[in-house]
Design a protein around this ligand. Structure first.
Ligand SMILES: Nc1ncnc2c1ncn2[C@@H]1O[C@H](COP(=O)(O)OP(=O)(O)O)[C@@H](O)[C@H]1O
Ligand SMILES: [Mg+2]
Length: 219
């Protein structure tokens, strides 16, 4: 499903070049849930940015079903990403002036797909929030916000769900409940997932754990 080949990422600062990822190679098979762990600053979010195609590598490739996302023309890459890759963040990134159902409808509206409201309601029901459709993010708990974000991630029927510290802002009990739902939905919809996490318990529940240390992967 996803193949990472000799991925390098450096950031140029005024004085020098900072090499964060030093040639990563790994595969994620369809249906797998992979954890990426490592110290703060080890490059986990940088790696997720590359997997999502939001950021560009210094060198190396990210293949989705054998197709290199960075060799696609810009427009094609944007469409590929919108249709196939969803991202979940520690801080949810919901739009504050849109209700739960409007937040979940948004990706479908951007893709000009039909039945946005119906699909959004269906997904919010799947994440157990059919009683919170018209609430704004400020009127929802952290766990509820993350469930809205999961619904928004799933509504486009992507191939891949990427999550960056999805439990980082939740207490441990809420985090566990949200991730139990996450796992259930990834399996049900036959998705592939990469989860960046500090949480060792969560990492242990994944199919594999890749440890990022000093720019190299240790599995
Ligand atoms: N745009 C950038 N420019 C310069 N350095 C960056 C940039 N983004 C991240 N870094 C550096 O790269 C390292 C890895 O960052 P990050 O991927 O956010 O780590 P993690 O998510 O594992 O905590 C950090 O040392 C950070 O300071
Ligand atoms: Mg990070």
């Amino acid at each position: 499903m996803i193949e990472v080949i000799n991925l390098h990422k450096s950031f140029k600062t005024k004085q020098s070049s900072l090499e964060i990822l030093k040639g990563l190679s790994f595969k994620v098979e369809k249906g797998q849930i992979i954890a990426i762990t490592g110290h703060s600053g080890s490059g986990k979010s940088t790696l997720l940015g590359l997997l999502s195609g939001l950021d560009k590598p210094s060198s190396g490739q990210v293949l989705y079903n054998q197709k290199d996302i960075f060799s696609m023309p810009f427009k094609e890459q944007n469409i590929f990403r919108a249709q196939n890759v969803s991202l979940i963040f520690q801080n949810y990134y919901l739009i504050p002036h849109l209700t739960a159902v409007e937040n979940v409808m948004l990706p479908l509206q951007i893709l000009k797909l039909k039945n946005a409201e119906k699909e959004a309601r269906f997904l919010l029901d799947e994440v157990g929030l059919s009683h919170r459709l018209d609430h704004y993010p400020g009127e929802l708990s952290g766990g509820e916000c993350q469930r809205v974000a999961i619904a928004r991630g799933l509504v486009t029927k992507p191939l891949v769900l990427l999550a960056d510290e999805p439990t980082g802002s939740l207490d441990s009990e809420t985090g566990e409940k949200v991730m139990s739902l996450y796992f259930q939905l990834v399996r049900k919809h036959n998705l592939t997932s990469v989860i960046v996490t500090h949480n060792e318990e969560l990492a242990a529940k994944c199919d594999h754990e890749l440890k990022l240390h000093q720019g190299i992967i240790h599995s």
